[in-house]
Design a protein around this ligand. Structure first.
Ligand code: URA
Length: 214
């Protein structure tokens, strides 16, 4: 399904990203290469997700003359991976934003109500003042990401962006409806979810492929 970019869903359609995503999807790609690609894609996506950072002018002395340059205007950022697969994206974002703090959020789904709850949360203490990038490679039903959004809003987070690699249309709809301000970055919006809540065509179980488990 072709998905139109809009101001809340940004599909990162750069040729390098799409090329790497094709290799990521391939079932013959090794765990080692899969992990490297997740990291690289997360870095490219973070590049897009930080495009609106405010700049300020500074004067730098080059070996030749003074140059008026732009630097990022003191924004504090945090990366919040959803355990476990989100961990695979953290290093890629840190490659671009080395000063970012990292919070961790673990979710489990209640067997009876099917509602996801956090079982582990460890955030930087000033999380409310930080611009937060939530990372999770797969946006399937959207349940975990909605729970993550609710958790972070309760902590006072105002600027919240979601970064996934592959999304299902059902999940996109769910997260956008859950929060009027959240913005989603993804490399692809696929066809649908199957009965087992896997994304079709997707890439399988991202956590298992990152960590070489089954
Ligand atoms: N989580 C995954 O890892 N893959 C899917 O297709 C859906 C959820």
């Amino acid at each position: 399904m072709a998905f139109e970019n809009n101001d809340r869903v940004i599909v990162v359609d750069h040729p390098m990203v799409q090329h790497k995503l094709a290799i990521l999807r391939d079932k013959t790609t090794s765990s080692k290469q899969f992990r490297e690609l997740v990291r690289e894609l997360a870095m490219f996506e973070a590049y897009e997700a930080t495009r609106d950072l405010p700049l300020e002018e500074v004067v730098v002395e080059t070996p030749v003359a003074e140059a008026t340059c732009s630097i990022i205007k003191g924004r504090k950022m945090a990366i919040v991976p959803i355990l476990r697969a989100g961990l695979g994206m953290v290093e890629g974002v840190l490659d671009l934003i080395p000063a970012a703090r990292v919070g961790h959020l673990g979710m489990y789904r209640d067997e009876e109500t099917h509602i996801p709850h956090e079982y582990y949360a460890k955030m930087p203490e000033d999380i409310a003042e930080r611009d937060v990038l939530v990372v999770d490679p797969m946006l399937a039903t959207g349940g975990s990401l909605v729970a993550a959004i609710e958790y972070l809003r309760k902590q006072g987070v105002k600027n919240l962006k979601l970064m996934v690699l592959v999304a299902a249309p059902e999940g996109v709809k769910t997260v956008l409806e859950a929060d009027p301000d959240v913005v989603l970055y993804t490399c692809a919006v696929d066809e649908r979810l199957n009965d087992a809540a896997y994304i079709v065509p997707g890439l399988g179980d991202a956590g298992d492929r990152i960590f070489g488990t089954k």
